[in-house]
Design a protein around this ligand. Structure first.
Ligand SMILES: Cc1cc2nc3c(=O)[nH]c(=O)nc-3n(C[C@H](O)[C@H](O)[C@H](O)COP(=O)(O)O)c2cc1C
Length: 227
């Protein structure tokens, strides 16, 4: 099968999505489409470099980044040429879901969803903000109440990306985790955060469920059942 995988800028279910696609890549060709926010968030969670294990750059195994894809994203036209058997968007942010249910196609991922629908390519979407409360992983950050602002800061000196000052620059951090054990005050944290799903996001997902050509999956593991 030729599968298209859309990644948006959600930390939630990102690692789980990556694991599923790593499994699928053993049998199928996967083209990865990555939103601008998706690229940043993949880097923060240490997954950007690993994407090469899934999409090695050959035709239909490329990584297509939104920042390089152009405003009209001509590569989305591949769907109209019937190059893909399925499109999976996992994880899908609330932002991307909101646009899809309104018929907006002004970003890479919303555009590929629109082209997939127009070419009657099946679309599977794993939205992150389903309902109620959820627990989401955090990228590395400094607990400013624990940080003693030491003159010599071992995490800062060791960071290969020079991402650490009095805080971690998440646009530079690659999530490698080298810093975690180096702070004598345990001021560098990862962990999880609890958050409430907004009503508007839950309503949008209900609308998404009713759209023709789109199947909503509750978890990335569901992809292995449908493909
Ligand atoms: C570390 C981090 C994690 C995020 N996780 C989520 C998330 O789980 N769900 C979500 O809807 N947005 C999340 N966002 C916010 C989105 O990245 C943001 O809304 C972005 O505009 C989405 O763009 P996209 O839909 O084009 O990818 C996160 C942002 C950051 C910095």
């Amino acid at each position: 099968m030729n599968i298209a995988w859309g990644i948006t800028g959600a930390g939630h279910l990102l690692k789980e999505s990556y694991e599923v696609f790593k499994t699928l890549a053993q049998k199928h060709q996967i083209t990865t489409f990555v939103s601008r926010a998706g690229e940043e968030v993949l880097r923060m969670y240490g997954l950007l470099d690993k994407l090469g294990e899934i999409s090695n750059g050959e035709y239909l195994r490329e990584i297509i980044f939104e920042r390089e894809a152009g405003a009209s994203a001509p590569k989305a036209g591949r769907f109209l040429l019937k190059k893909y058997d399925a499109l999976v968007v996992s994880p899908a942010t609330s932002n991307t879901v909101a646009k899809i249910v309104r018929g907006i196609a002004d970003s890479l991922i919303t555009n590929v969803v629109a082209q997939a629908n127009k070419s009657e390519t099946p679309v599977y979407i794993v939205p992150v903000d389903l309902s109620g409360e959820m627990k989401s992983p955090l990228p590395y950050h400094i607990d400013r109440e624990l940080c003693k602002k030491c003159d010599a800061c071992p995490p800062k000196d060791a960071c290969p990306e020079h991402a650490i000052s009095d805080q971690i620059d998440l646009l530079k951090c690659t999530g490698c985790g080298i810093c975690i054990d180096l702070c004598p005050y345990d001021a560098i944290k990862g962990g999880n955060v609890r958050l409430k799903v907004r009503d508007v996001d839950a309503r949008n997902i209900e609308e998404l469920r009713s759209m023709d050509g789109i199947t909503v999956l509750e978890h990335p593991s569901g992809i292995l059942t449908v493909l």
